[in-house]
Design a protein around this ligand. Structure first.
Ligand SMILES: [Fe+2]
Length: 218
């Protein structure tokens, strides 16, 4: 979605800028406190958990860098850190997308956008898309649901992401991200995941930057 894509664009510009090898800094999402259906206790715990991913991403990046310089790339420790990196990094970035695509009170999708029309084109109706996205979220297990856009074939997919690092569509753009780990709802809803998904839908910020809307879907 727009917020996601805005973040996506800023990440791209960061890599082109003068800041190199900078540590990741946790972003502040306190603007979400007071969101209907998601208690402050739940959100604050979730923010703390997210900050842990930022910390561990930095730790792993530094450790891998040091091991590479010390010639320790053939060690089991290097291999395990390397395997772990995608999990920590995606845990960080996916939470930023998730919190970033919510806003207190929610903002409905603009039915005049190309994005909206693309959803209708691919799923038959917006309601069909929503029903499918919710159904993916209701699947047994922990993970994420992502509405991905693959511009090589101009197709949208509701995608299940296992943990943080398995199931992503390489090169596709995340348009909407929903956390369905138990920590995202257990505090407020117990095991009633569908009720949490309802609360999430009421908090989605569907705003899309007009330039991105025309560039991706125009
Ligand atoms: Fe989470």
């Amino acid at each position: 979605m727009p917020q996601l894509l805005n973040m996506f664009s800023s990440n791209l510009s960061l890599t082109q800028g003068a800041k190199k090898n900078m540590a990741y800094e946790p972003k502040n999402f306190d603007n979400l406190l007071g969101t209907k259906g998601l208690s402050d206790t739940l959100l604050k715990n979730h923010f703390t958990l997210y900050q842990g991913y930022v910390t561990n991403t930095n730790k792993l990046a530094d450790a891998l860098n040091a091991m590479q310089k010390e010639g320790k790339t053939g060690t089991p420790e290097y291999a395990e850190f390397k395997r772990r990196f995608g999990w920590e990094f995606n845990g960080m970035r996916l939470h930023e997308y998730y919190f970033g695509n919510m806003i207190k009170g929610g903002k409905p999708i603009d039915r005049n956008t190309n994005f909206y029309m693309k959803i209708v084109e691919d799923f038959g109706s917006f309601e069909n898309w929503e029903k499918d996205f919710r159904a993916v979220g209701a699947m047994r297990g922990i993970g994420w649901v992502i509405l991905y856009y693959d511009d090589t074939a101009d197709r949208l997919f509701n995608t299940w992401i296992n943990e943080h690092d398995a199931g992503h569509l390489c090169g596709a753009s995340p348009m909407l991200v929903m956390d369905v780990f138990e920590h995202a709802y257990l505090t407020d809803y117990g095991i009633k995941k569908a009720d949490y998904i309802e609360a999430f839908f009421k908090a989605i910020d569907w705003t899309i930057d007009p330039n991105l809307d025309s560039r991706l879907f125009g």
